[in-house]
Design a protein around this ligand. Structure first.
Ligand code: ZN
Length: 517
C-alpha cells in the first residue's frame, strides 16, 4: 500500500481540506480527508510501507497521448530539428551548421537525417542543389513535419536509389516506398530509444499512449513486453497489412498482448485498426470538398487514399473481429466519408485528426458516438498554412469547442513526432489557441482547462476516484486554478504556463515511473 499524504484536495472533489490517496494492488483504494478515520479494511495498510508526503501538491489522473508514432518520436528526438526553417536556404543553413560538428556526421554508409520542415508556405521550392551546397557528399534527407514528403540532396537521392529527380522534393508515393529504409532502425536500437522517450514522457505526467507506429506492432510490442517494458501503458494499433496476425491470434482491442510476460505485462494491450483515408494539409492532400486556395485541377481538393467501397468491408471485418477502428481523416470530405463508413460498418472507434469538419458532421460524430481524436498543437503549427490554403473556411478547422458542445467524445494527442509528445502542449493549445505570444487563432473554438484535461486522461476526467487504476500525475501547480483574463496577452501567458506546467511525479499502476521531489 502506498499512501499519498496531504494532497491538494480540489481535484479529488474535496474543496475544503487536504486528502490522502491510498493506493493498493495498482488501484486507488480510497481518497480520505487527511487525519480522518479510514474505512475498516484499509486501516491495517494505512501505516504500511510507503507514505509519501505531497505537501499540498495536486494529484490528477495520469495523462494519455491518444496519437503517437512512438518509434518515430524516439528517433526524432535524436535528429536535427528543421521545423523553424522559413525557406529552403534557411533549412540548408541549419543542416550546414549541424554538419560543422563532426560528431553529428552520419556513420559511414548512413544518411544525415533532419525532420520537421514545412514547405507548403515557403516562397521558394526546395531543391537538391541548395542542400548539396552545404553538405557536399554527405547524403542529406530531410523529412517533412507531416511525414508525407522528404527532401534530399543529390547524395541523399543516390542513397535512396534515385539517380535523377527534377527537384529533390519527394512527395507521397515517391517518398513512402523509400521511407522505411530511413525511418527504421534495428530492433535493439529502437527499443533503447523508446525506453528513453518513455522516461521523458513520464516526466511530463504521461501514463499511456496509443502507438500508431507503421510497423508489425504485435511482434514489436510482444518483444518489449518480454523485455520487461514497464514505463507506460501502450495500446498498440494494427495496420491492415498486419491485421491477419492479430485476428488469427484472437486479439480484441483491450486484450493484453503478451500475458504472463512479466509483472507489468498488462500495460501493453491491443489497440485499434489504423487506416489512413486521406493525406495532410501541408502536402495539399487532405481530402476536402473545396479546392485548396490557388490550386486547380483534378487533385486540387486533395487525395482520398482509401475509397469507401474498400473502407467499409475492412472496418466491418475489424469490428466483427473485436477491434476498434481509428480512421485518419483530415479534410472535411474525408471526415464525412469516414463517418459514413462508421455508420455502414457499425464499427466503433475514432476519427484521427478531424481537422476540418462540416457542421452536420460534428453532429454525426455525436450521434454515432465516434471519438474525435484531435491534435491541438497542429492548429498552432498549421494556422498560417490553414489561413493560406483553406481561405474562408478556417472557422471549421480544429472545432474543439463545437465538438465538446455537441457531446462528442474528445481525446487529445500529439501525433508525435509531428508535435512533441507532451500533453501539456496539447492542453495549452486547446485552451488558448495561442503559442509563441501570438494572438489566439479562432478563440471561439477554445475549450477550458478542465475539458482539455478530461480529454487527456483516457476518459477519467480530472478527479481521482476510488477504483480507478493508480495511474496518477503529481503536479506542482493546480491547473484548474489557472485561467486568463480574456485578453490576447493573457492567453499567451496562460499558454506558456500550461506548456511548462511543472510535473513532480508520475505513477503507473501504483508504481513511480518518475519522481522528481
Ligand atoms: Zn499519425
Amino acid at each position: 500500500m502506498t499512501v499519498l499524504h496531504l494532497v491538494n484536495a480540489r481535484l479529488a472533489g474535496r474543496p475544503d481540506r487536504p486528502v490522502d490517496v491510498l493506493l493498493a494492488d495498482g488501484h486507488v483504494a480510497a481518497v480520505v480527508p487527511t487525519g480522518a478515520p479510514l474505512p475498516g479494511d484499509l486501516d491495517v495498510g494505512y501505516t504500511g510501507p510507503e507514505r509519501v508526503d505531497l505537501d499540498g501538491r495536486t494529484v490528477i489522473p495520469g495523462l494519455w497521448d491518444a496519437h503517437t508514432h512512438l518509434t518515430q518520436w524516439a528517433m526524432v528526438r535524436r535528429r536535427l530539428d528543421v521545423s523553424t526553417a522559413t525557406g529552403p536556404a534557411h533549412a540548408a543553413a541549419l543542416v550546414g551548421a549541424a554538419l560543422t560538428d563532426e560528431r553529428r556526421h552520419p556513420a559511414p554508409g548512413r544518411p544525415f537525417v533532419g525532420f520537421g520542415f514545412r514547405w507548403a508556405t515557403w516562397d521558394d521550392e526546395p531543391t537538391s542543389e541548395v542542400l548539396d551546397y552545404v553538405a557536399g557528399e554527405v547524403p542529406v534527407i530531410l523529412i517533412s513535419g507531416d511525414l508525407h514528403s522528404a527532401w534530399a540532396s543529390t547524395a541523399g537521392l543516390r542513397y535512396l536509389g534515385i539517380e535523377h529527380h527534377p527537384t529533390g522534393l519527394l512527395r507521397e508515393e515517391e517518398w513512402m516506398p523509400a521511407s522505411p529504409e530511413i525511418v527504421t532502425v534495428s530492433a535493439a536500437d529502437a527499443d533503447e530509444l523508446l525506453a528513453d522517450a518513455a522516461r521523458a514522457a513520464a516526466e511530463r505526467g504521461v501514463v499511456g499512449v496509443v502507438d500508431f507506429e507503421v510497423d508489425d506492432n504485435l511482434t514489436a510490442w510482444r518483444r518489449r513486453a518480454m523485455a520487461g517494458w514497464d514505463l507506460l501503458r501502450v495500446r498498440a494499433a494494427v495496420w491492415e497489412q498486419h491485421l491477419d496476425a492479430v485476428v488469427d491470434a484472437g486479439l480484441h482491442t483491450g486484450d493484453v498482448l503478451a500475458p504472463g510476460s512479466g509483472p507489468a505485462a498488462d500495460l501493453i494491450t491491443q489497440g485499434p485498426l489504423k487506416v489512413i483515408s486521406d493525406g495532410s494539409l501541408n502536402t495539399l492532400t487532405a481530402f476536402c470538398f473545396d479546392d485548396y486556395a490557388g490550386f486547380a485541377g483534378p487533385d486540387a481538393h486533395g487525395i482520398l487514399n482509401v475509397a469507401t467501397d474498400q473502407l467499409v468491408p475492412l472496418m466491418t471485418h475489424a469490428h466483427a473481429s473485436g477491434l476498434r477502428c481509428a480512421i485518419h481523416a483530415i479534410g472535411d470530405h474525408a471526415n464525412a466519408l469516414a463517418l459514413d463508413a462508421f455508420e455502414a460498418s457499425r464499427a466503433r472507434g475514432s476519427v484521427e485528426h478531424a481537422q476540418m469538419l462540416q457542421a452536420e458532421d460534428v453532429a454525426r460524430f455525436a450521434a454515432l458516438g465516434i471519438t474525435a481524436s484531435v491534435q491541438p498543437e497542429h492548429a498552432m503549427d498549421d494556422r498560417d498554412a490553414s489561413d493560406e490554403l483553406w481561405v474562408g473556411r478556417t472557422e471549421r478547422a480544429f472545432r474543439l469547442a463545437d465538438l465538446h458542445a455537441a457531446g462528442v467524445p474528445l481525446v487529445l494527442g500529439s501525433d508525435a513526432p509531428v508535435a512533441p509528445l507532451d500533453p501539456w502542449f496539447a492542453i495549452a493549445s486547446a485552451v488558448t489557441r495561442s503559442r509563441d505570444g501570438r494572438d489566439p487563432w479562432h478563440p471561439e473554438q477554445r475549450i477550458d482547462v478542465a475539458t482539455a484535461l478530461a480529454a487527456s486522461t483516457d476518459g477519467r476526467g480530472v478527479r481521482v476516484r476510488p477504483g480507478d487504476p493508480a495511474d496518477l500525475a503529481v503536479l506542482e501547480l493546480d491547473p484548474l486554478t489557472l485561467s486568463d483574463d480574456g485578453t490576447p496577452t493573457g492567453a499567451a501567458v496562460l499558454a506558456e504556463v500550461l506548456r511548462e506546467l511543472p510535473v513532480a511525479g508520475t505513477l503507473v499502476a501504483g508504481r513511480w515511473t518518475y519522481r522528481g521531489f
